[in-house]
Design a protein around this ligand. Sequence first.
Ligand code: HAM
Length: 420
Amino acid sequence: MSSTFSAPKGTFDLLSPESEAYLAIREALAAPLRRAGYRYIETPTFEQTALFERGVGESTDVVSKEMYSFTTRGGDNLTLKPEGTAGVVRAVIQHRLHTGQLPVKLWYSGTYYRYERPQAGRYRHFSQVGAEAIGVDDPALDAEVIALGVTAYRDLGLSQVRLLLNSLGDKTCRPIYRAALVKFLAKLDLDAETRRRADINPLRVLDDKRPEVAKQVADAPVIVDSLCDECRAHYDAVRGFLADLGVSWEETPRLVRGLDYYTRTTFEFVHDGLGAQSAVGGGGRYDGLSEDIGGPELPGIGWALGVDRTMLAMKAEGIGSPATGACDVFGVPLGTAAKRRLVTVISELRERGISADLAYGDRGLKGAMKAADRSGAKLAIVLGDRDLEAGSAQLKDLASGEQAAVSLDELITTVEGRLR
Ligand code: HAM
């Protein structure tokens, strides 16, 4: 048996500088939410399995095929969260947040787990930044949530994200539509697996990408044609607010999502540079979710943006990483006394908010300068015992190679000035 381990299939380690880019992307995706009054929430990595069965829906692939479920030593049935919405709504109900100011606006950032077939952009362990606005059914709120997603991508410099929009109706009109769709699907020539899916979750068949299925469902009835008056008015109002906010979208009558809780407004952000896994984010309204998991009647709307796929989209558009993690200054001590001095200089720079690192390990000049070059720093401070006696240090611009002596008394202020 091999004695070395590697990360499990479908997972990966985040290493610098990509790991820093991830942090920066998470921050950037959340920034518009913070500016719009969303508060941070963190829920546990695992929840009762039944929460997802009832919230996300037993007929979904996520629940029926992809959950990491386990029984604890104490006999509890738990599942690593495959998505964030069910846990957030559970927390809102548990802590009665809905009895305060409405809507309850929350944002989160975390890792989620789905036992999917791994491929580019699809992992078993992935990251999302999410937003939920709970307790108010107002089309203007749907538009706010969607527009904040648009802003997040725009602020990262992405210009090729498209917004796909649909309405899935509510408990009045969806069952009527569903019955019409089931009737339509019954007449088609479908394989046994697809037929089974048509019985359990007929809307998902519309999403089937295989040509033999896609061709047959091309004339299937679509939900927007069957919306009840309230859902139609709601959808019209959402589109009106989106237009006011300058958001453009593509009507996508066949857009169905992989989670069962959606009602009315549903949407996906897609990027064409990602291949098959084109959805960089998605969300919608979930007016029945709270009741499905035993809570009060509480409407809600939200989204989750995939951090991994956002990163891939940025690569596809040639957008450089927003952060590298490198320090600005790198100290190169040559000699014992010089090292004692440089250790305090580096510490002082850090105190003043400048990122700084030091060549440890008492390497010679060549080795230490190599470390400085590799560090990605802008400036190197080279200090030898003889420089110290002369009261100066060498300040080297690592990009241009230019080097000049700077008095030790002025070293900190000179470095600050050079980095400004
Ligand atoms: P979702 O569409 O399942 O929605 O996931 C949102 C995003 O997470 C996707 O668009 C994708 O970017 C990313 N994602 C999902 N699965 C994977 C995977 N296996 N590998 C990499 N990235 C992935 C939700 O999760 C809902 N909770 C969103 C929501 C919030 N709806 C209302 N509120």
